[in-house]
Design a protein around this ligand. Structure first.
Ligand code: BJW
Length: 230
């Protein structure tokens, strides 16, 4: 049985209407990344960052999984736990498509993290109004997402899965952010066949055995059919 690790990035959700991060103007929905995706930016202007994530959380209600998310969920129905999705995305579109074996290495928009007691709670409303933590009652909640300089979630489980993988597939990520950008080399060193599916060649395209260019909604269903016929 093949062991597949799929890494997904913003490009897989682009056709669902979720904006990617690195636009031509270098801004992310009008913001500099260091202002909204660092602990320092949060300390400087807490309200602005809370509002930014509140707006993205609300926007999630108006988007749906696209054929790329659905094809991965269908592949999991056949492969079970032999397919692991490691997503850098904080949306819940993989889960809504039906995928269950998913690691959110950069956290989840629909969770709030208490800076006082450290617990994560399911969260679908706003944080700008500084609500109390449901567990400890302190008003110190922040989005449960991983900013620059913070350690991504479940790194041990991810590196073990990469070492065991027979196939590593990267979908819709620019390869500009570590440690995810280094996963291809780790998997390849341990013998995995590596494939990139992206609109443009990513920064690390040359590390892959194969790179296919196009929209995720077109490329992913073709690749999953190849795996099912394997
Ligand atoms: C399509 C498409 C379609 C479009 N179909 N494709 C110097 C050198 C090396 C590293 C560092 C360095 N200085 C600092 C670092 C480390 C730093 C880092 O990498 N910095 C870089 C800027 C260099 N990394 C960190 O700090 C990380 N932590 C860390 O390293 O801890 C140490 C440690 C690690 C491991 C073990 C122990 C300790 C943390 C990184 C956190 C990143 N956080 C963010 C925000 C999350 C919350 C939120 O979403 O708001 O994560 S930043 C942002 O970038 C977000 C994304 O997940 C991440 C990656 O972006 P992604 O997904 O690749 O999106 P884009 O927009 O860049 O690309 C989209 C791609 O899709 C493009 O290629 C398009 O062409 C394509 N596309 N439409 C297919 N339809």
């Amino acid at each position: 049985m093949p062991q597949i690790v799929v890494l997904t990035g913003a490009g897989i959700s682009a056709e669902s209407g979720v904006p990617t991060f690195r636009d031509a103007d270098g801004l992310w929905e009008g913001h500099h990344v260091e202002d909204v995706a660092t602990p320092e930016g949060f300390a400087r202007d807490r309200s602005m960052v809370q509002r930014f994530y509140d707006e993205r959380r609300a926007a999630l209600l108006n988007v749906e999984p696209n054929p790329a998310h659905l094809a991965l969920a269908e592949l999991e129905q056949t492969m079970g736990e032999a397919l692991l999705i490691v997503t850098q995305n904080i949306d819940d579109l993989h889960e809504r498509a039906g995928s269950r074996n998913v690691i959110h290495m950069h956290g989840e928009l629909l969770k709030a993290l208490c800076q006082s007691c450290g617990s994560a709670s399911t969260w679908d409303s706003t944080l700008l109004d500084e609500p109390a933590c449901p567990l400890c009652g302190v008003h110190e909640l922040r989005p449960d997402v991983v900013w620059f300089g913070e350690v991504p979630y479940e790194m041990d489980r991810i590196t073990d899965a990469l070492a065991d993988a027979t196939h590593f597939v990267s979908i819709g990520t620019s390869g500009a952010v570590y440690p995810a950008a280094g996963f291809v080399q780790h998997a390849r060193r341990h013998g995995a066949r590596t494939l990139e599916l992206n609109l443009d060649p990513s920064e690390g395209s040359h590390f892959f055995h194969e790179s296919r260019q196009g929209r995720a909604g077109d490329l992913v269903p073709v690749w999953t059919r190849e795996m099912l016929w394997h």
